[in-house]
Design a protein around this ligand. Structure first.
Ligand SMILES: [Zn+2]
Length: 172
């Protein structure tokens, strides 16, 4: 039996949630901790489901989402905090367990790194777009300035030549 199956069979989402501080009222209703919930929108028993934000899952998902853990780490945390002696642990030796944990951690860290890079890139793009918009305004202003000027001034103006060259580049 995997650690996931075992933990889920031995504990409900409600027991776990209450242990970590969620107040569950009558009929198994609670204020959802995954969104700013003023009135109880979460039904919680073996599983939980929030009618407002759609958060749902089992005991392991609850802990994983609550503490930003991988499902494996979540299951581990429950097992540790509830002092469960797991059959799953008898099957695998310490070495393997550490390796699994390590891999899960690396995956999670990599995921976070990618999200961070994506955010930075998006921000960079937005800044460049803003800068380009500014340059377009400069070009537009210059065009206005050169409009109705005698052709010889325009042709002699070095700036105008630069503008002519830069506009297609900026607009691209
Ligand atoms: Zn919710």
């Amino acid at each position: 039996m995997s650690i996931f199956t075992e933990v889920k069979e031995r504990i409900t989402a409600r027991e776990v949630a209450e242990f970590y501080g969620l107040k569950v009222g009558k009929k198994g209703l609670a204020c959802c901790p995954f969104h700013n919930d003023k009135h109880p929108s979460m039904k919680i028993d073996k599983f939980y489901y929030c009618f407002a934000c759609g958060a749902k899952g089992d005991a392991i998902n609850y802990v994983a989402d609550m503490y930003g853990l991988t499902p494996y780490e979540g299951a581990r945390k429950i097992a540790d905090d509830f002092h469960m002696i797991l059959e799953a642990d008898a099957d695998i030796d310490e070495e393997t367990r550490k390796k699994v944990l390590e891999t899960a951690r690396k995956k999670e860290a990599e995921k976070k790194r990618i999200i961070r890079i994506q955010n930075q890139f998006r921000e960079w793009c937005n800044q460049r777009i803003e800068e380009l918009k500014c340059s377009m305004q400069v070009i537009e202003a210059a065009k206005q300035f050169f409009r109705n000027k005698p052709p010889e001034i325009i042709l002699e103006s070095n700036d105008f030549a630069i503008l002519l060259h830069s506009e297609p580049i900026v607009n691209y």
